[in-house]
Design a protein around this ligand. Structure first.
Ligand code: LRH
Ligand code: MN
Ligand code: MN
Length: 424
């Protein structure tokens, strides 16, 4: 199932007149628009292999059909996304859900679709059928050294897969923690985890980064051994310069000020990357920007300011990934919406009048500071995002084209209605 250039060109032709009208209005009052469009063209967001199937909850899973059944089909799905928006040019793999059998063939397939291999993810939060020791009471924190060793070896194996594919980073998320007071000695759990992470870090190639992802709770409900950005930053600092903190937007306690966390991690040179999603309650993994688009904008506002201050390249120097999947929408449509929301927030953040904001801050002019931020947030930048797609050879309206071409229907006919992607 491929989208060809003619289908995109025809679709764009149909929408062109309306697009040009909307674009010229925006360009009229945004002198910087051309600059912003190029930045949007350059910005790529990695798609997680595990978001291509219906996510489900622990109460049930309602498949829409035509889901990818293996790594090849996952790559094909991301190829569809990338053809539609030209902003999804990377895949993030989760091992062992995505074990590549033939590296050369997988690399060639990804290349055919214009996809790079983003961060590799390890998994010590589930027991696998062929596994000697159980992770029921944790992996890297475990009281038994043999379990810790097994978790370390798994991570080293994940790095090896990544090296073969051309990935440059490893994301470690640990479910380790406890559900009842007294179950764990916090300091020992931390020290065991640090020691295990150090062993993995030793095996990291020189040009790789290690992302330590934190999460407040779930599956453990009393303590989590990498529970917040402070703990992640402690591990990352002790590990060394190749280790960074990864911020998953859904992994905070309610009302946490994520934009402030981002600003400080950036200031310390320890922000590694993102898992974008949205949430109302916890790690809901909803479509990015679907619940709190202002928060997403504020995060990007800190990113743009902080990255510029450190001379970092927006598109290259952090890991941009989505980590959203759920029960209701077509996963491909959902991912198109997430990528669009990320680009909108990024474009709005690029619009913030930094000099005016600094002046307002220096004068304690709270009203003016809010005006400056909201002026950018309330600007409709969608024509700029669409223009970036047009220039990159993508569709002006990816979801509309996805539906017009009945891509889901074609995938169902190709793969069947009862497909289960390997993963969660
Ligand atoms: C944990 C998490 C982590 C995992 C993914 C499947 O909640 O965010 O990134 O690897 O979900
Ligand atoms: Mn995540
Ligand atoms: Mn999560």
């Amino acid at each position: 199932m491929n989208i060809d250039k003619n289908q995109i060109a025809e679709h764009n032709q149909q929408l062109m007149a309306a697009h040009q009208r909307r674009l010229s209005q925006v360009i009229d009052y945004l002198p910087n628009a051309v600059n912003i469009v190029q930045k949007l063209v350059d910005f790529q967001v990695a798609i997680p292999s595990w978001a291509l199937g219906t996510g489900g909850t622990r109460f049930g899973r309602f498949s829409g059909g035509g889901e990818p059944r293996n790594l090849e089909e996952k790559i094909a799905d991301i190829g569809i996304l990338h053809a539609l928006n030209r902003s999804s040019g990377a895949i993030s793999l989760h091992i062992p859900w995505d074990i590549p059998k033939d590296y050369a063939a997988i690399r060639a397939l990804a290349e055919e679709h214009g996809l790079a291999f983003d961060a590799m993810n390890s998994n010590t939060f589930q027991d696998q059928p062929d596994q000697a020791l159980s992770y029921k009471f944790g992996s890297m924190q475990h009281v038994d050294k043999a379990v810790r060793r097994q978790a370390v070896e798994h991570n080293i194996e994940v790095i090896k897969h990544g090296v073969e594919l051309g990935s440059k980073s490893l994301t470690v998320w640990l479910a380790d923690g406890s559900s009842f007071p007294g179950q764990l000695n916090f300091r020992k759990a931390f020290q065991n985890t640090l020691e295990s992470l150090q062993e993995v870090y030793e095996a990291l190639p020189d040009d790789w980064k290690m992302f330590v992802e934190y999460k407040a709770f779930e599956p453990n409900f009393y303590s989590t051994t990498v529970g917040d950005w402070g703990q992640s930053l402690l591990y990352a600092s002790k590990l060394g310069e190749k280790a960074y903190t990864l911020v998953d937007l859904g992994h905070h306690l309610p009302n946490a000020n994520i934009e402030q966390i981002v600003a400080l991690l950036l200031m310390e040179g320890k922000l590694g990357g993102f898992h974008f999603n949205d949430s109302k309650y916890g790690d809901d993994d909803l479509t990015t920007g679907s619940i709190k688009p202002y928060q997403l904008f504020l995060i990007f506002s800190e990113l743009v300011e902080g990255m510029d201050a450190r001379g970092m390249e927006h598109a290259k120097d952090l890991g941009w990934m989505i980590d959203a999947s759920h029960n209701l929408k077509d996963p491909l449509e959902d991912l198109l919406q997430s990528v669009e929301a990320i680009l909108i927030a990024y474009a709005q953040a690029l619009l913030v009048d930094r000099a005016a904001l600094q002046q307002a801050q220096a004068a304690n002019d709270v009203v003016r500071a809010q005006e400056v931020l909201q002026e950018a947030f309330r600007t409709d930048v969608r024509p700029l995002v669409a223009e970036a797609r047009l220039r990159a050879g993508a569709a002006l309206n990816p979801i509309q084209l996805f539906r017009q071409q009945d891509i889901r229907g074609k995938l169902i006919r190709e793969r069947g209605t009862k497909t289960v992607a390997t993963g969660l």
